[in-house]
Ligand binder design. Structure first.
Ligand SMILES: [Zn+2]
Ligand SMILES: [Zn+2]
Length: 472
């Protein structure tokens, strides 16, 4: 029976609490050794009587992981007593960019625990939940390569980060009200509203019918109660467009028919907008004049806190952008561009590195492939090439194929204006940098007039690489 070895686990092993999971199993089975993040691979050195039990447990992985392969090799390395988590090394980062995860039930409970460290803290997260892609600057995913590097952990957070018995052991986004990102409530010209709890006051303003620009995980929403939806539509000049709503948990059944699959989706770690059939087709017509309504559940601590103060059970939460244009992410830009649309601004000071809109699902089909789903890694064998796909014109995403995986970006939008084309170019550049991809071909739509097609041709010419036209 093998008692010692080097274990290599490949797959989605970053941003999912893999290393603390391995550490906990090592403690459970009395294993000495180490675990190290190598990008799309976790390297474990292990020694102990119960090596086989440890290996079996590690091979199952924590809930958010997806394991492609586990390889065990013999090792002559000396393994001292005890188990340690080593700092990330460099390795092959074949597409492991973790997507954002909706706040978990344990963290929601922490927010509403009186006297607790996380009581009423909007950015509470743990190893199982919280922002990921939206805050990543570089991979591997570690705090110093994310927007959280501006918020050094306080001694209490550092203690939990290092505590193998904590749910926040090695949680890269650990933060509390002492050390973490904070909230501000501002009027439409950017003046702080003094002497108020920003969330409580924002909820009161929403209840009173005001329209708020709310900075979320991957960009700004415009939020208001149902009674203000007509006003929001006229401000936006979008009279016919149906809005998505965020609904107090438990209220969704009162407005829509929800199948078991749809409920699972609503409550999944993705927390997408799910397009549901209204109970009464004629109801909520100022939100949507269709027989359907796009619903999502609160997916951050901020949303849960807002709903804990709100009297109204439902908020319109529409992405703060014109249809087909990129979502606004930056507070300064929002103050300029949304000054006519929003009465107040509820913002946080965590940099949004990568824009992510809400994902949209209807009848099991993903209509908008974004927050919580993307970047999406799909195993596919296209040979030794590295290929960039720039997408079509409508609802475009970018994809890079490299080393057996296609990695698809979040939703870019309708690439028919310079702003969205610029966002497509930015997305391609980011994916390329994160993946270290040197593509040797560019796939594009057959339509010669699409801006994405022209973009593909420019890249091909610049780099002297081939084009692959595709009929979408
Ligand atoms: Zn959590
Ligand atoms: Zn702290």
């Amino acid at each position: 029976m093998q008692k010692k070895g080097r274990i290599s686990v490949r797959g989605i092993v970053q941003g999912v609490g893999f290393r603390p999971f391995v550490y906990a199993r090592a403690c459970e089975f009395g294993i000495s050794g180490s675990v190290k993040n190598l990008g799309s691979e976790v390297e474990i050195y292990a020694r102990g009587e119960r090596f086989a039990d440890f290996l079996a447990a590690v091979s199952r992985g924590p809930p958010m992981s997806r394991i492609d392969s586990v390889n065990v090799t013999k090792t002559d390395a000396g393994i001292p007593d005890g188990f340690v988590i080593l700092t990330s090394g460099t390795g092959s980062f074949s597409g492991m960019i973790p997507p954002d995860i909706a706040i978990c039930d344990d963290c929601i409970a922490d927010i509403f625990t009186p006297g607790g460290r996380y009581e009423s803290y909007w950015a509470t997260s743990c190893v199982n939940c919280g922002p990921r892609y939206s805050i990543i600057r570089e991979i591997p995913y570690d705090r110093e390569r994310t927007s959280m590097d501006e918020f050094p952990p306080c001694p209490a957070c550092a203690g939990e980060y290092g505590d193998p018995h904590s749910r926040r052991h090695h949680a890269q986004t650990i933060a509390c009200r002492t050390c973490g990102p904070g909230l501000r409530l501002m009027d439409r010209v950017g003046n702080d509203i003094p002497g108020v709890d920003p969330v409580r006051e924002a909820a009161a303003l929403l209840d009173a019918g005001k329209i708020l620009a709310i900075r979320g995980v991957g960009g700004f929403h415009l939020g208001c109660i149902e009674e203000s939806s007509g006003e929001l539509k006229s401000r936006l000049g979008r009279i016919e467009q149906p809005f998505a709503v965020m609904v107090r948990p438990g209220f969704v059944d009162q407005i829509a028919l929800v199948s078991r699959e749809e409920r699972e989706l609503l409550e999944s770690p993705v927390h997408p907008i799910v397009v549901l059939e209204k109970r009464d087709h004629a109801s909520h017509s100022t939100i949507s004049n269709l027989h359907t309504i796009g619903c999502m559940l609160p997916y951050t601590g901020l949303h849960h806190l807002l709903f804990s103060h709100l009297v109204h059970p439902l908020l319109i939460m529409t992405s703060a952008n014109m249809p087909g244009y990129p979502m606004i992410t930056d507070t300064e830009v929002a103050l300029t561009k949304l000054a006519k649309d929003a009465d107040y601004f509820l913002v946080h000071n965590r940099i949004i590195q990568n824009r992510v809109d809400d994902s949209v699902v209807r009848d099991g089909y993903i209509l908008r492939f974004s927050r919580g789903i993307a970047p999406k890694r799909t195993a596919i064998d296209l040979g030794p090439h590295c290929i960039l796909g720039v997408g079509p014109e409508l609802n475009a995403n970018a994809t890079i194929y490299k080393g057996g995986f296609a990695i698809t970006s979040p939703h870019v939008g309708n690439v028919r204006n310079p702003a969205t084309l610029a966002y497509l170019q930015e997305t391609v550049a980011k994916l390329q940098r994160l993946l270290g991809a040197q593509y040797d071909a560019v796939a594009h739509d057959l339509h010669p007039q699409f801006l994405s097609t022209r973009f593909a041709k420019e890249i091909a010419e610049e780099r002297g690489i081939g084009l692959v036209p595709v009929q979408h």
